[in-house]
Unconditional design. Structure first.
Length: 150
């Protein structure tokens, strides 16, 4: 008990980068991106493109704004990612029959084929990232990250 009382309050402790949650999550994210890049070599999808294509395939069809929300991206980023996927022929855009001003996006057959490869790469990258953890630690980490990401 005296140990707890002797510990300085958070405001009194010096800030240390190696114990910063944000810094450690950024480093883990960088490591995952590198692992995904290795596993997905030749596929040609970035992490945001993979997330966008995956969410669109899960949704079936949706507007660009909906897709941005599903993939947790701001509208400008979602617009750029969707445009690049369309340019590659992985996503098609068509006018919404209910509102001609709105474009509805869907994954093309080529997009579905590439997505299947990317899912395998994502699984390999996740396994490599989480490899040092026990199954219980993996479950706890993913649960805590889910809580932190809102």
């Amino acid at each position: 008990m005296s140990e707890i009382l002797d510990r300085p309050a958070a405001a009194e402790r010096p800030y240390r980068l190696e114990t910063s949650a944000g810094h450690l999550m950024r480093r883990a994210h960088q490591r995952y991106q590198a692992l995904f890049g290795e596993a997905a070599a030749g596929i040609g999808l970035t992490g945001p493109q993979f997330a966008t294509l995956l969410r669109l395939a899960e949704a079936g069809r949706c507007t660009q704004n909906q897709l941005g929300r599903l993939a947790a991206m701001d509208s400008a980023t979602a617009h750029g990612v969707a445009r690049r996927l369309q340019e590659r022929g992985l996503v098609r855009a068509a006018p919404d029959p209910m509102d001609r001003r709105t474009r509805v996006l869907s994954v093309t057959a080529e997009g579905h084929l590439l997505l299947a490869q990317a899912k395998h790469a994502g699984k390999r990258a996740n396994e490599a990232l989480l490899q040092p953890l026990s199954p219980e630690e993996r479950a706890l980490l993913l649960s805590l990250l889910g809580r932190l990401s809102g």
